[in-house]
Design a protein around this ligand. Structure first.
Ligand SMILES: Nc1ncnc2c1ncn2[C@@H]1O[C@H](COP(=O)(O)OP(=O)(O)OP(=O)(O)O)[C@@H](O)[C@H]1O
Ligand SMILES: [Mg+2]
Length: 383
């Protein structure tokens, strides 16, 4: 497409790349990072979530420690990448909000802590947004691009900070903690506690209660932070990029996501249509060529067979099969075009990249994808 996607990256400080599972969020986030760093300059950070092993290796991320950014070797550019580590993200939050070192250690050492935080609804989503806040606030980067976790529901991501805030201010948390204290002195519930202790292990209920009691001491900090993280999502300096393929399910989800972003006043900057069929497939001349191939003169088929040194029947079979399959590809392309029209109206900017040959697993692949998305050439481009 045009330079416009690059202009969007140029005018924003935080980019949230979201969309349904497997559409190419991680790859697109990394490709946009490479484009921004090489063509716009400045310090660019991409926070990825669970990148494919080969890509992580190629970028030198494999040995990277959690949320600590590592510099990626891109000549003439300052590109940094980090991999989201939810567990480390939680530990950082506890360190930040614990009122004193002793309490901090007690939370971190609580056997239920890891188990429970990992199970909080949207735990990964929240930590991703929290890290975005953290990295942006550090002031070390001109642009932070964040890839988002594969969610079951696209809204989980948008709702994560609000849910975290609600949880800490909720009656549920109060209920989980206060009754325990009274339970300790309550004759009526003592036998229950004893039985539970016998069945679940002697410290189980105590661990749960202690965990939530400790958590409540951090309520104010967590609520304030979640509110800040929530504000970030409607900030002028933030933009959302929704990635989708033109398959029915992801396209439906992209549409839903775009509508929800609008409803929440979260700025949708661009829609990226990834792994699409090339436009040439839909051209009438291509259809005519396919029809002509199926009606080839046997003499011509014979010549092809002779050139390829195969039997004429084999050549005829392959030509017919390829031409027939091309018809199928064309009908998929036609359906893709309909979905493209439906999605185009939802975003101020649409960028598209075709299905590239092979996975995108190295810097050259990211450059090729990024160029398709932003148009033009970046310095040092080699593909
Ligand atoms: N335009 C493209 N052409 C070819 N392969 C692509 C393209 N875009 C992405 N891929 C490949 O598709 C696979 C899935 O991409 P990716 O991991 O970026 O998706 P994702 O949306 O981050 O998935 P998840 O929701 O699981 O996090 C990867 O193997 C990647 O190399
Ligand atoms: Mg991913």
């Amino acid at each position: 497409m045009t330079r416009r996607l690059l202009d969007l990256l140029d005018t924003k400080e935080m980019v949230v790349v979201c969309g349904s599972g497997g559409t190419g969020k991680t790859t697109v986030a990394a490709a946009l990072g490479v484009q921004a760093a090489t063509r716009l300059g400045g310090r660019v950070l991409v926070l990825t979530v669970d990148p494919a092993r080969r890509l992580a290796d190629a970028l030198g991320l494999a040995g990277a420690l959690g949320n600590t950014p590592v510099r990626v070797d891109v000549p003439g550019a300052e590109l940094w990448m980090a991999m989201l580590d939810t567990k480390a993200g939680w530990d950082e939050l506890i360190r930040r909000h614990a009122p004193d070192p002793a309490l901090r250690e007690r939370v971190l050492a609580n056997p239920l802590y890891r188990n429970i935080t990992g199970r909080f609804v949207n735990s990964h989503d929240y930590i991703a947004m929290e890290q975005l806040h953290e990295l942006h606030a550090s002031g070390q980067y001109d642009l932070v691009i964040i890839d988002t976790p594969p969610s079951r529901n696209a809204l989980d991501l948008l709702d994560a900070p609000g849910r975290m805030r609600e949880f800490f201010g909720s009656a549920l948390l109060k209920w989980l903690t206060v009754p325990y204290r009274s339970r300790l002195f309550n004759v009526a519930t003592k036998p229950f506690n004893q039985i539970a202790d016998r069945i679940l292990g002697s410290r189980f209920l105590q661990d749960i209660a202690e965990f939530f009691v400790l958590f409540r001491t951090m309520e104010a900090g967590f609520v304030q932070r979640a509110t800040e993280v929530e504000r970030l999502l409607v900030d002028d300096r933030t933009t959302f990029v929704v990635v989708s393929t033109l398959d029915p399910a992801p396209a439906r989800e992209a549409r839903f996501l775009a509508e929800e972003l609008r409803r929440r006043s979260m700025p949708l900057g661009a829609m990226v249509l990834n792994r699409t069929l090339p436009a040439e497939v839909r051209r009438p001349v291509a259809a005519r060529a396919a029809v002509a191939l199926r009606a080839l003169d046997p003499g011509v088929v014979g010549e092809v067979a002779a050139t390829a040194a195969v039997r004429p029947a084999a050549a005829a079979h392959v030509i017919d099969e390829v031409a027939r399959r091309f018809g199928e590809v064309q009908s998929v392309a036609t359906r893709e075009a309909e979905r493209r029209r439906e999605l185009e109206v939802l975003a101020p900017l649409v960028a598209e990249a075709p299905l590239l040959a092979g996975d995108v697993h190295d810097l050259a692949g990211l450059r090729a994808l990024g160029r398709r998305l932003t148009g033009g050439r970046e310095a040092g481009g080699s593909r």
